[in-house]
Design a protein around this ligand. Structure first.
Ligand code: ZN
Ligand code: ZN
Length: 423
């Protein structure tokens, strides 16, 4: 029996990896343009970090974490998301002593023990960003701009930015009372999940996906109805800045996002034509989180998106991905002496920055030309005993289907000239 990869994981192999690399390049490029620096945190952390930083009542912590005892009897968890780790690193490395706010992004694998189904992976990849130490609504607007800009650049269509304000602990307490009052009558008709939420976290009933719950709560008070002056002003300012940036957003008072520590701005980006689960990016402000995990009181905001999901939306929307791959030069050498000369030349070309490969299996000319074809070579250099004795090489231009002889000592200059002009 051959060994297979664990359920819910995938191998990203040549042919597919190019799409990932394209996406990752776009991410790094836009983040650097927006002044976000990369942060890399460990893929495993103390379990307590996620219990406190994600919340003990969430599905992530309750059902989906990869948790184990290590050999030193410490409870370790493979990170299920990125925000808690970034907040921990901000505190542990005293990044609060730097100029604020600190703008960071991350890119890497996350782990959740999810039911295996199409499009769900137990090891999946996220791109996320966090801004710590800035409470101004301009921070909220800028991070939404980054997301919007990113999706535009990679060519996604039919996107909508939805925003909401979930208020702060002060105005949320008021909302909770009003909402529970409203729900009192229909409480027993809610789905079992929502009946549970009624005392634990009634706000979450507002974004229940169950259609009968949605109907029952159609006229329920939303957090926008009870915003305090501070929260209302923050929300208005955020929208003002989004308008300046030209982002067509939609207010969705029922979008509350799962996590307890979200405050004020919450947002999601949804895409058309990809089915019911149409959110492709979500985030929000979490002003209490850094303190929750033991750091100084620090405002924060962030988002995350799953790369598997983004790639599948790109596929569904038939977005062309044209990674810039430089076509290699292929050396076809016949006979041992030519092979040695070809091998030497290979090194020369690579030193000059030209991608170059040669057959490694000792094939005949026909096989080597077929190999060049598969490698999508722009030029093939054919080198046999005859050419070698005259210190010449045959250059075949694969696109034009023409060939000519060039002195061996001029081949590098010739290729540099021809390939660089085309770029
Ligand atoms: Zn408030
Ligand atoms: Zn429900």
């Amino acid at each position: 029996m051959s060994i297979q990869r664990p359920k819910g994981t995938q191998d990203i192999i040549p042919g597919t990896i190019e799409k990932w690399q394209f996406l990752e390049e776009q991410i790094r490029k836009i983040c650097s343009e927006y002044g976000y620096k990369e942060i890399r945190t460990p893929v495993f952390e103390a379990t307590e970090l996620f219990q406190r930083g994600v919340g003990e009542t969430t599905d992530i912590v309750n059902k989906e974490m990869y948790t184990f005892m290590d050999k030193g009897q410490r409870s370790i968890t493979l990170r299920p998301e990125g925000t808690a780790s970034v907040c921990r690193a901000y505190t542990e490395n005293k990044l609060y002593a730097l100029q604020q706010p600190v703008k960071m992004y991350y890119l890497g694998p996350m782990f959740r023990y999810e039911k295996s189904q199409a499009g769900r992976f137990r090891q999946f990849h996220q791109f996320g960003a966090e801004v710590l130490g800035g409470e101004d609504p301009l921070v909220d607007a800028e991070i939404i701009c980054l997301i919007w800009d990113f999706f535009g650049r990679i060519g996604l269509k039919g996107l909508v930015v939805e925003i909401n304000s979930v208020g702060c602990p002060t105005c949320r307490a008021e909302h909770r009372i009003r909402l529970q009052e409203f729900l009192q009558e229909c409480k027993d008709d809610l789905c079992p999940d929502c009946q549970n939420r009624f005392t634990k976290n009634p706000m979450r009933i507002l974004d229940c996906k169950n259609s009968s719950c949605q109907k029952l709560t159609e006229n329920a008070p939303t957090t926008l109805d009870t915003l305090c002056v501070d929260c209302a002003e923050h929300f208005a300012k955020t929208q003002e800045y989004l308008k300046i940036a030209g982002i067509a957003y939609r207010i969705n008072p029922r979008m509350v996002r799962g996590l307890d520590y979200y405050q004020k701005t919450a947002f999601e980006v949804t895409a058309e034509g990809i089915g019911a689960q149409n959110a492709i990016c979500g985030g929000g402000r979490y002003d209490g989180l850094v303190q929750e995990i033991g750091g100084p009181a620090t405002p924060g905001i962030g988002f995350a998106m799953g790369l598997e999901r983004i790639l599948s939306v790109m596929e569904k929307q038939s977005v062309e991905m044209l990674p810039e791959v430089e076509a290699p030069v292929v050396i076809a050498a016949l006979g041992e002496a030519a092979r040695q000369e070809g091998f030497r030349l290979l090194g020369d070309l690579r030193q000059a920055g030209l991608p170059a490969v040669m057959d490694l299996l000792g094939k005949g000319l026909k096989g080597q030309l077929k190999y060049a074809d598969r490698e999508q070579a722009r030029y093939v250099l054919i080198l046999g005993d005859d050419e070698l004795s005259r210190k010449m090489v045959i250059v075949r231009d694969m696109r034009l289907g023409e060939q000519q002889e060039i002195p061996l000592d001029q081949i590098k200059a010739f290729l540099l000239n021809h390939t660089k002009c085309e770029m």
